[in-house]
Structures are given as structure tokens and as C-alpha cells.
Design a protein around this ligand. Structure first.
Ligand SMILES: Cc1ncc(COP(=O)(O)O)c(C=O)c1O
Length: 380
């Protein structure tokens, strides 16, 4: 007899991350590839964050502050919640996982919109719970009324990502407010705002922290991985009620974030300039990419994130290596429930032009299932 994992783990489909540039370059014998596969920061990390981490590296013989006291204090004063309401994770992914481990037992349900960020089903599966995916509205917009209707006695958590990855779709403020009115008290509502900084200037984009201020049982997740460019340090944060924070901290590893990540995050939080430059580049380039793809008759879902979900008339899976061979790493979305689609992260202008050149090469060769019309890349 062989050792066998718990049945819920045996049937679990693991999260598949984007491939590193070096691995793709080696496989295809290419150099200088551009990676537009993991929604990373096109301008690199916050320089202030990197400087702080370098300075702190000489102290890594000591364990980190397990409570991330100074980072929680910095977030507390920035956002106006007491430190006991701030939770810190090795990326916000870990906080998704910790939330499920703290609240979900086998037999319990977690209700989410179809196409939600894949870490949610993975985390629910790891906890042994059951994920319930509720159909979305046109444009992959979460249907909050349907979500609320589906909540029952076995539901422990209801979650949305706003905006969602990979769809880029968002729930407007009025709908989020209505959702929280009359939400059953036994449920934790997770609002994952990993892309908040890219979305916050849109007039009807809500800030779920307002719901926490009203005393709702909400866990609002944010991250330093995107607008601050610290994905490799693995550091994310959340705001919630003191009770939910205490439960999450019970299941958390005592030293879940590193010395260097903590100080980098504190410094990056003050690096408004880098954050704003990133957000502004992403907005301009996202519009450029969306317009160029639409001209080529690809179906682009409107996005408030630093990425676009793009659908072709044919399955994208076999096209991933075609793009890779042309030096462009994209993310196929078949495993996320969108077999015809890929996700492209918004890069620098040069990277985006490079992606469009690969797209046009495949288009001209009739490989994308789209009409092969002559479409020179518009002036950026
Ligand atoms: C919606 C969403 N939430 C959370 C995360 C996790 O980010 P991290 O663990 O790097 O904070 C991502 C990453 O892509 C995401 O797209």
C-alpha cells in the first residue's frame, strides 16, 4: 500500500503559476523574452522598498518580528484601523488560505462568483470545504444578488475579487452596499482588492473598507505585489474585525513574513511616486492594448486591473507555445474556465508593442482564428 493524501487533497487541482522567463527561454532557445503572464509591475519594484530591504539584509540572522508590529502600525495609521484589525500574510494569497483554514471545515461551503481568482477554489479545497461557483452576469460581472441567495446554513465564507483576476470585471459601489445589507451574520465576506490601486479612481468603484467601518464581518485583502512591485518578497495585508483577525492569527505560521519583506513593505507604502507612476502607465497602456486588440477583432473584457482577458474564436492552449517561440509569455486561461482565452498583463509600451507584433505575426499566418487583415500597430 502506498501513502495516500487526504481524499480532499487527492482530488485537488493545484494552482498553476506563470512560468519563469528563464525556463521559457531555455525551452524555446530564445533570449530577451517578455513576461506578460503574472500581472507583475512593469516598472519594477518600489526603489524605496528595495533600498530598505537591502539595508535590512544584514540582520537576517535574527528571526523576523512574527507580529509584523511596525508594518501593522504603518498600515493602521495610513488606513485608520487599529493594529488588531490588520493581518499580514506571505502575499495576500496566504491570507486567502488562512481565512479558509480558520473558518472552513469539511462539509462547509464557500460561495463565490464563477471565474474568481483561482487561489480561492484551491484554498477551499485544501481546507476540505466545498466551493460553490455562482454564474456571473454579462461581462463576467459577479451577480451579488445570486451570490446572496445561494448562502445557506453551511456557508461559512462568501468571496469576491474586486476587480477580479482574470476577468478584470468589478462590482460597483451601490451593488456592494446592497449586498452587505442583510448579509447573514454567520458568514465572513472576503473582498479581495489586490488591484485596488489601479481601480480606485473610477467613480463607482467601491472601497470595501467602508463596509468594515460599518462593522460588517468583512475581510478586505490588499497586496504589495502589484502597484508596489514587491511580488517576489511575498507580502500582503488585510483589514478585518478583531475577531476574524484573531482567528486568522491562530492558524498563521508565527514567522510567516520575512524581515526584508516587512521593511520593504513599510518603505514602499511611502513610495507614492512609484505607485502613481505604475498606475498611470497601466491605465494608458491598458487602453492602448485594449484598443489594438479590439481592432483585430479579439474580444477584450473591460478591466480595472493591470491585465486583460482576451478571447479568441479558437482554443488558446495550442497558441501559448507559438507566442513563447516569438518571445512573449502569456497565460492560458483554460484551467481557469476560459478555454478560448488568454490573459495578458499590461507591460511597458515596448513590451506591449512586442506582444502585438507576435499577435500580428500569428494573425497573418491565419493561426488565431481571426480575419487576417493588415493592422499596423497604432502610434502609442
Ligand atoms: C485577485 C488576486 N488576489 C490575490 C492575489 C495574490 O497576490 P499576492 O499573493 O502576491 O499578494 C492575486 C495575484 O495575482 C490576485 O490576482
Amino acid at each position: 500500500m502506498k501513502p495516500s493524501p487526504r481524499p480532499s487533497i487527492a482530488k485537488l487541482a493545484p494552482y498553476v503559476p506563470g512560468r519563469p522567463i528563464e525556463e521559457v527561454e531555455r525551452e524555446y532557445g530564445i533570449t530577451g523574452a517578455v513576461k506578460l503572464a503574472s500581472n507583475e509591475n512593469p516598472l519594477g519594484p518600489s526603489p524605496k522598498g528595495v533600498a530598505a530591504a537591502v539595508a535590512a539584509a544584514s540582520g537576517v540572522n535574527f528571526y523576523p518580528d512574527g507580529s509584523a508590529t511596525y508594518l501593522r502600525r504603518a498600515l493602521s495609521s495610513r488606513f485608520g484601523f487599529p493594529s488588531e484589525q490588520v493581518v499580514i500574510g506571505s502575499g495576500s494569497s496566504e491570507l486567502i488560505d488562512l481565512c479558509m483554514r480558520a473558518f472552513v471545515d469539511p462539509g462547509d461551503e464557500v460561495v463565490v462568483p464563477q471565474g474568481i481568482f483561482r487561489m480561492f477554489p484551491v484554498a477551499v479545497g485544501r481546507a476540505g470545504g466545498t466551493i460553490v461557483e455562482v454564474p456571473t452576469k454579462p461581462g463576467h460581472v459577479p451577480d451579488l444578488d445570486a451570490l446572496k441567495r445561494r448562502i445557506g446554513p453551511a456557508t461559512k465564507v462568501v468571496a469576491i475579487a474586486n476587480p477580479n483576476n482574470p476577468t478584470g470585471a468589478y462590482v460597483p459601489r451601490a451593488e456592494l452596499e446592497r449586498f452587505f445589507e442583510g448579509l447573514p451574520d454567520h458568514v465572513v465576506a472576503v473582498v479581495d482588492e489586490a488591484y485596488h490601486e489601479f481601480a480606485r479612481e473610477v467613480a463607482d468603484y467601491p472601497n470595501a473598507l467602508d463596509e468594515l467601518r460599518k462593522g460588517r464581518n468583512v475581510l478586505v485583502l490588499r497586496t504589495f505585489s502589484k502597484a508596489y512591485g514587491l511580488a517576489g518578497f511575498r507580502i500582503g495585508y488585510g483589514f478585518t474585525t478583531p475577531e476574524i483577525a484573531a482567528a486568522i492569527n491562530k492558524v498563521r505560521e508565527p514567522f510567516n513574513t520575512t524581515v526584508v519583506a516587512q521593511v520593504a513593505a513599510i518603505a514602499a507604502l511611502d513610495d507614492e511616486e512609484h505607485c502613481e507612476r505604475t498606475v498611470s502607465l497601466v491605465r494608458t497602456e491598458r487602453a492602448f492594448l485594449a484598443a489594438e486588440l479590439a481592432r483585430r477583432q479579439a474580444v477584450v473584457n473591460p478591466s480595472l486591473g493591470n491585465f486583460l482577458l482576451v478571447e479568441l474564436p479558437i482554443p488558446f492552449g495550442p497558441l501559448e507555445p507559438e507566442f513563447a517561440r516569438r518571445g512573449v509569455i502569456l497565460r492560458p486561461m483554460g484551467g481557469w474556465g476560459f478555454p478560448l482565452a488568454f490573459r495578458v498583463s499590461v507591460g511597458t509600451h515596448d513590451e506591449n508593442v512586442r506582444f502585438l507584433a507576435a499577435f500580428d505575426d500569428l494573425l497573418a499566418n491565419g493561426k488565431l482564428g481571426l480575419p487576417a487583415v493588415a493592422v499596423p500597430v497604432g502610434a502609442g
